[in-house]
Design a protein around this ligand. Sequence first.
Ligand SMILES: *[C@@H]1O[C@H](CO)[C@@H](O)[C@H](O)[C@H]1NC(C)=O
Length: 245
Amino acid sequence: MRRLNNEYANAEWDVETNMTNETETKHVQMSIKASRSMKEIAFKAREQQKLHYLRKDTRRRLRLMAQFSDPTDRNVLEQLEKTRSALENIYAAGTLQKDGKVYNMEPELTKLMQEERDPDVLNWAWKGWRNETGKQMKTLYAEMVKLLNLGAVENEFSDYVDAWKKSQFDDTPELLQMCETLWKEVSPLYKRLHAFVRMRLKDYYTEHYPNYKFPTDGTIPAHLLDKDVIERATASDVHLRDARL
Ligand SMILES: *[C@@H]1O[C@H](CO)[C@@H](O)[C@H](O)[C@H]1NC(C)=O
């Protein structure tokens, strides 16, 4: 198992650092091999789970090992892994062009989204990237979900969402209720934070880009504050650097 993990990690590294047809095929093959091996373990664990004298702790471990929702049919599994791989490929290989310059996601577009302030340029990058990758992904993504659901149902889950929830949150039937409660707890802070960021951005754009119309409906345009910026906001974003909440 450890050797297989190691081989799989190597194949993953190869495809992520050097995407070629060859590394991609190898990665797909390794994913299938890993899945077959996980399946064996899961099925053994399912058998063992039926024993009635298990300790609670043992039962829990077996339940975790029994987690498996990949399609059983090898061809369907291969189709799933190929679809996943194709999706990653679109994301990794997507580029934008402007004035003869090529923008890859890394590092050019990420850097631009971090440093650029001109709302038109940011909008070009944000929309362009989504059109370039998202549109191509749409059909494949739906195909992937279909195959994931198929595998989940074969493994006696109601669908992939059900399988995913059970794999991430073992024995937590009250999960949705917990999320509701957590959200209620953090949402007042989230709303204040959102309002604060919105105010800062609005001040900034009113001052520096007087022609730009900042929305008045309480939203923040995604291209002015993309996910990357939010993640780094506390440390580096110019609008938030001197935030005092
Ligand atoms: C990239 O992968 C190919 C195989 O498709 C290999 O021949 C080549 O040496 C690899 N390049 C690097 C830099 O690892």
